[in-house]
Design a protein around this ligand. Structure first.
Ligand SMILES: Nc1ncnc2c1ncn2[C@@H]1O[C@H](COP(=O)(O)OP(=O)(O)OP(=O)(O)O)[C@@H](O)[C@H]1O
Ligand SMILES: [Mg+2]
Length: 298
């Protein structure tokens, strides 16, 4: 495991922060932390990085306890609302970042060229950061995070300042990094970001982890059928696959163990004189799940 926490807790004077979070992130995984404002996402990441000290519980990164100095060279971090050094050019910022990571100058030079292309800032590197747009600032921040070619990246809302094209660009960069074998821990409140790039997602609400799993595990999307001539025989057979099928008029909603059974269902309905008008997987459920999960108890 690249990241592992065991009942990790950090609270600020008894409130805020996060409580009792146990999770593991595997090598090469994109793991998303999804939660609304104030849920505790940034506090969790800052605790993993050793910037904040946990009150109780344990955490490990690359097999070393959190806060371990030697591990830091393998970690890239894009903080949220990062205060940029406005008087520097983008190039100078990356250069200084490389020096902080104790990279040698030749490596920094070569790596800066790669990074500028990757984050789409080639040609803008000699402008002062104060002349950058918000989106360009976010890109140079991402560039700093990936500069040392770290094994793990913590990205705290990497697309919050970007327009839809910029968001897509960052998603593509995340997928490229994933293909290079990097492990990525992503904080976000954007459902689309989670759906499009994550292998697994944890939903965090008021400091507590409510759900964790792959999209498939969490959503387990039901199948919706629209059937004319619906008869008892059809219902009886469908109930063998899912005892809890929901039936409203001609519409049926049910869970199946995998998509392989869908053709069987269609065949069965037709053979029993049913008229199959529509069969589809319910979509857009992450939003529903999220609202249900974080809305509990409010
Ligand atoms: N340094 C601090 N001192 C006191 N309370 C804090 C501190 N940092 C965060 N908190 C509180 O902890 C809770 C979680 O904050 P955090 O910044 O981790 O949330 P978040 O999920 O990252 O939110 P956002 O989406 O707005 O970035 C909030 O209630 C916040 O007010
Ligand atoms: Mg935050």
């Amino acid at each position: 495991m690249v990241i592992k926490t065991d009942h990790l807790t950090k609270q600020f004077k008894g409130n805020g922060g996060f409580v009792d979070i146990s999770l593991s992130v595997k090598e090469g995984e994109v793991f998303s932390f999804l939660g609304k404002n104030g849920a505790g996402k940034s506090t969790f990441v800052r605790t993993l990085l050793g910037i904040l000290h946990p009150e109780s519980g344990k955490g490990e990164i690359l097999g070393k306890p959190i806060g371990d100095i030697g591990t830091r060279k393998n970690i890239g971090y894009l903080p949220e609302l990062f205060q940029y050094h406005n008087w520097l050019t983008g190039y100078e910022l990356l250069w200084n970042h490389g020096l902080l990571y104790k990279m040698n100058k030749k490596d920094i030079k070569n790596r800066i060229e790669e990074v500028l292309i990757m984050v789409g800032l080639k040609g803008h590197e000699h402008k002062k950061i104060k002349e950058y747009s918000k989106g360009m600032k976010q890109r140079i921040g991402l560039g700093s995070a990936i500069l040392p070619n770290p094994k793990i990246l913590f990205l705290d809302e990497p697309t919050s300042a970007l327009d839809p094209i910029g968001r897509k660009d960052v998603r593509d960069i995340i997928l490229k990094l994933k293909n290079q074998g990097k492990t990525i821990f992503l904080n976000t409140h954007l459902l689309s970001e989670v759906e499009l790039v994550s292998d697994r997602v944890a939903i965090i609400d008021r400091g507590r982890m409510k759900k964790v799993g792959t999209m498939e595990e969490l959503l387990h999307s039901p199948v919706q059928l629209l059937v004319g001539n619906l008869n008892e025989k059809i219902i009886h057979e469908l109930k063998k696959m899912d005892q809890n099928i929901k039936k409203i008029g001609n519409e049926i909603e049910m869970h199946v163990k995998d998509d392989e059974v869908l053709p069987q269902i269609a065949k069965f309905i037709v053979e029993n004189n049913g008229l199959l008008y529509n069969m589809k997987k319910k979509e857009n459920l992450l939003e529903e799940l999220f609202i249900q999960t974080v809305g509990e108890g409010e």
